[in-house]
Structure formats: structure tokens, C-alpha cells
Write a protein that binds this ligand. Sequence first.
Ligand code: GLP
Length: 239
Amino acid sequence: MEVRVFRNAEEIGQYASKIICDYVNANPSCVLGLATGASPVPTYSAMIAEYEAGRVSFKNVRTFNLDEYCDLPKEHKNSYYSFMVENLFSKTDINMDNVGFLDGNASEESESKRYAQAIKAAGGIDIQILGIGRNGHIAFNEPSDEFTDEAWKVKLTDSTIEANSIYFDDIPMPRYAMTMGICSIMRAKKIILIATGDSKAQAVRDMINGEVTPHCPASVLQRHGDALILLDEAAASLL
Ligand code: GLP
């Protein structure tokens, strides 16, 4: 694991965006694994700025998102699909035919197989962006007794529901989500995890300095050969 600490979220966004845009310029039809949540937004903003400045094109890039809520229409404003349209897709030349998303309303088994096959057919994920939950979750892989494999349907924990409920002002937050599994995430060639703020400090410490255990799913990244952890000072405060 390589750990870097920055003064603020914007600096992290600039740094992560440069890695991604340089990679896209060298490999225009590469495969990006994308995350939702507040953590990657400054990275997406910096990628949009590079696109607007004519320094990068995403038109041949393929993308796969980590997770999606169940029992929520894809077009609902709080779906992760809508989040990505708003924060990245609609503001760049990403071709929507090249965008991969889990369908939170499909049957778990067939959707899991479909997603694994689609990622494989695309050649695997080159760079996977990740955030981290306050309880150490990655994507929606909550703490549990074993590391998960391919995409699956998860019952969200109270901690995650509390953290994400603030985004749901019209309907109750869904209690289930479809998420890529830990093994599928670990297959990415490079992983960039972004964490900012005090509320992530304990999870960051457990991820980096704790034992590798599914009770802190992010700790599995200690076993990845190319995991880059980008933190602000608050998220790094317990290291
Ligand atoms: C959600 C997402 C995760 C994300 C996490 C942290 O639970 N499923 O992929 O990493 O929230 O979100 P934030 O970056 O908003 O703190």
C-alpha cells in the first residue's frame, strides 16, 4: 500500500485526476472502475476540467460502477446511476454505451454473473476508484465474517444507513444494495482509495495498520500489489 497525505480534498482530486487522465491519454480505451459518495467528487471535477480544457477525452473509455441501491428506479435522483450522470458522465464525452452499472432491481444471481462477464469481456478494470465507509466498508461490502466474491445483494448496516440517509429527502433510504464483491474489486490492476475527514480516521487506521480481516473490509487492500491511499490530514490523524 502506498499512503499519501494531502492538505485538503481538492489537492487529492487534482492528484488522482492526473493519474487517471495520464492513463487515459496513454490507453484511450481503458477500463475505469468508478465510485460514488462525496470522496471521489473532487477527482471527477478535476477530470471534467481536464476534459473541458481539451487535455483528455473519455470517449473510448469503458466504465463500471461499484454499486447501486435496490428497490429504487434507475432514474431516481438518488440512484448511483443518477449521481454519476450528474457528477461525471453528462459533463464529459463518456459514451453512455460504454457505461456499466449493476441493476439493483434485477435478480441477484443473474445480475452477478452478467456483471462479472461484462467486466471480464472488457479486459478487467485498469484503475478502480474507491471510497471507504466509516465502518471500513468498500463499495457496499459491509463488515462480516468473510470476504465476498463477485457482485451480490447486501443488507445495509445501520451505520451506512445513518451516513447515507441525509441524501434521501423524499423517500426512505433503500435497505438493500447490489455491490461488487471484494474479490472482483481486488482484481483491478490499480486501486486508488480516497478518504477525507475525521469520520474516516478510525476506518483508515484499521485499513492500514490493523490486521487483514473481513470485519474491516478495506484492510484487504493490504494484499493488493498496487493500492494507493489518498488521505487528507483529518482522515490520516490516527495513523
Ligand atoms: C457509500 C458507497 C461507498 C462509499 C461510501 C463513502 O456507502 N457505497 O462506495 O465509499 O459511501 O461515501 P463518502 O465518500 O460519501 O463518505
